[in-house]
Design a binder for this molecule. Structure first.
Ligand code: SF4
Length: 211
């Protein structure tokens, strides 16, 4: 069983690394696979790789690493018990207005759609208990319409993956939506909301005995 799962992970990764399903394959340096404990009960899901992640192939490094460190410090989650990944696996870029080079941008809908099967398979292999989403892009993987984060943040909900029957309640994933930390930079109210949400998340994780 264990050997089968390892093989499935290997196949997933080998195939992902060849992906050219959207235009982001033309500008990426590396595809950024998820990273961390493949048996994790908690998954942290970001939007898409930034510059440093694109260069290193490691999620949540560079500037995003600070987001991860703050998240771990605020919730008390041990990094070794977590799996981290992005919704879109290649860095979305736009030409810099300063003249040369690229800057990060939000992934477009069609890019998110193209990458959806990779994330679906990744989560199937992980089968976590709790998925923490950072911002609207990862949250939109679990709900039909484009979410307004002001309405969704800090409101956890159950999600039943389509391959699991409704009778199997235990297999539901708890989705916990957070603001994307970049949204907090100029908005003090969102900072307070974000801290409150992290407090609630830690409380839920303790109740589930995941901390
Ligand atoms: S972003 Fe996703 S779908 Fe697009 S090329 Fe990269 S791995 Fe493939």
């Amino acid at each position: 069983m264990q050997a089968n799962r390892s093989r499935e992970w290997q196949i997933w990764q080998d195939q992902l690394l060849l992906c050219q399903a959207c235009v982001l394959c033309q500008t990426r340096t590396r595809i950024v696979c998820g990273n961390g404990n493949a048996k994790a009960s908690i998954v942290l899901l970001g939007e898409a790789p930034g510059k440093q992640e694109d260069l290193s192939g490691i999620p949540f490094c560079g500037q995003a690493g600070k987001i991860l460190d703050d998240f771990l410090a605020a919730t008390g989650i041990q990094k070794e018990t977590l799996y981290i990944g992005n919704t879109v696996k290649c860095r979305p870029v736009a030409v810099s207005k300063k003249g040369s080079g690229f800057v990060n941008r939000k992934p477009q809908k069609k890019e998110q759609q193209a990458c959806k099967p990779w994330l679906a398979q990744e989560l199937f292999l992980l089968d976590p208990q709790v998925i923490v989403t950072l911002g609207a892009v990862p949250l939109s993987h679990f709900i039909q319409k484009a979410p307004k984060m002001s309405q969704w943040h800090g409101r956890p909900f159950d999600y039943l993956p389509s391959y699991i029957s409704e009778q199997n309640e235990k297999k539901k994933w708890l989705i916990f939506p957070l603001y994307h930390p970049a949204a907090l930079i100029y908005d003090r109210k969102k900072v307070v909301d974000y801290q409150t949400d992290l407090y609630l998340l830690a409380q839920i994780l303790r109740e589930k005995e995941l901390l």
